[in-house]
Design a binder for this molecule. Structure first.
Ligand SMILES: NC(=O)c1ccc[n+]([C@@H]2O[C@H](COP(=O)([O-])OP(=O)(O)OC[C@H]3O[C@@H](n4cnc5c(N)ncnc54)[C@H](OP(=O)(O)O)[C@@H]3O)[C@@H](O)[C@H]2O)c1
Length: 326
């Protein structure tokens, strides 16, 4: 048996239950891994609350982790027993041991710690597809990134800066503004006391930005559209403040023929080739030092409920991981 954090019902952090669970035996195409750490992500909150559906209860939640392969089922070619591997977008991460589809596992190169690997797969792959594929950021671009001090945000600030962009980042406090400036954000906007739309217009000579990356959702959606220049791209990729209300498409027309996308990571790493290309690029920018994965909080697995409380209360910055020691 292995310790795992399961939910038996949807609800607040109190539904996160430390249970002993049988991880099972890997079937064809699967691997059993003993995990060192699991990543904490806002998507875990959506599964906990029921915003995103869960196939069956009780369920181990968590979508990101690092571990060592202990056993493989038949037909597994991607990894071997003893490999240090990481994955994302596979429910079941908050566990000491778990089974994962081998096609989702990648070997973690030297120079990346267990905690970094656990923290960077979901967030880093997300930043890769946002900045390199949805809107290929290039030198001279000015971009707006919401929740810039968060797990995804802090990686994005550095990567966008590395690509030559001027980064405008929205954050909730002066402390977070100071933090993001140290990680490549040229112009932090403290949205609790400044108007994001007004500041973006000032910083872009009234034109607006060509792209906004908005993971906050309901609270910021309309303001984000107002920050765009004509034919700009709105990337609405999260719901930290709640899901965006249904949109009348005319709001895109009246602001100058805007584009809108609502992407998910799963559709950008849906083939083995895409996953490998994405993670290779991610590992390269991290190993080169261009992007630092800052694991600012570490909780033991049994304190997962507190980790959720802190994430939802906006008390975390950078990445948070859950460790299996204990
Ligand atoms: N679509 C995808 O493929 C994809 C993949 C990964 C992540 N995401 C999304 O990206 C976002 C960031 O994920 P993360 O794990 O890195 O989390 P995070 O950014 O570390 O934490 C969320 C941050 O959002 C801000 N926020 C604004 N309004 C909030 C509210 N009402 N409640 C809580 N936080 C609020 C807070 O920063 P301030 O204090 O600065 O406001 C908070 O620290 C999430 O929305 C997540 O769902 C989407």
């Amino acid at each position: 048996m292995a310790r795992a954090i399961r939910i038996h019902n949807h609800g607040g952090p109190e539904v996160l239950s430390l249970d002993d669970v049988d991880p099972g035996t890997p079937a064809a195409g699967q691997a059993l891994i003993r995990q060192m750490a699991a990543g904490l992500n806002f998507i875990d909150v959506y599964y906990r609350t029921g915003l995103y559906p869960i196939p069956a209860m009780p369920a181990v939640i968590g979508n990101e982790g690092v571990g060592v392969v202990e056993a493989v089922g038949s037909g597994v070619s991607e990894v071997s027993i003893g490999d240090r591997v990481a994955y994302c977008m596979s429910l079941g991460g908050y566990a000491e041991e778990r089974i994962v589809d081998a096609a989702l596992l990648v070997r973690v190169p030297d120079g990346i710690s267990d905690n970094q690997a656990a923290a960077m797969m979901l967030k880093g792959c997300t930043v890769q597809y946002l900045l390199r594929r949805i809107y290929p950021v290039k030198k001279g671009d000015t971009i707006l990134f919401h929740a810039a001090a968060g797990g995804v945000g802090l990686i994005a600030c550095q990567w966008a800066k590395h690509l030559g962009a001027t980064v405008i980042g929205a954050v909730g406090s002066d402390e977070k503004a100071e933090l993001v400036q140290a990680y490549g954000c040229d112009h932090p906007i403290v949205y609790t006391r400044e108007s994001v739309v007004q500041r973006v217009k000032e910083l872009t000579d009234g034109l607006g930005v060509p792209v906004v990356f908005d993971s906050v959702g309901r609270d910021t959606f309309m303001d984000s559209l107002d920050c765009l220049q004509p034919r700009g791209l709105m990337v609405s990729y999260g719901n930290s403040s709640g899901a965006v209300e249904p949109v009348d498409l005319r709001v895109l027309a009246t602001r100058g023929s805007l584009f809108l996308t609502r992407p998910t990571l799963a559709s950008y790493i849906s083939t083995r080739a895409e996953l490998e290309a994405t993670t290779t690029e991610l590992f390269d920018v991290v190993r080169s030092g261009a992007v630092k994965v800052e694991v600012n909080r570490v909780f033991p697995l049994e304190a997962t409920a507190q980790a959720h409380r802190d994430l939802e209360a906006r008390k975390t910055t950078g990445s948070t991981v859950l460790t299996m020691e204990g």
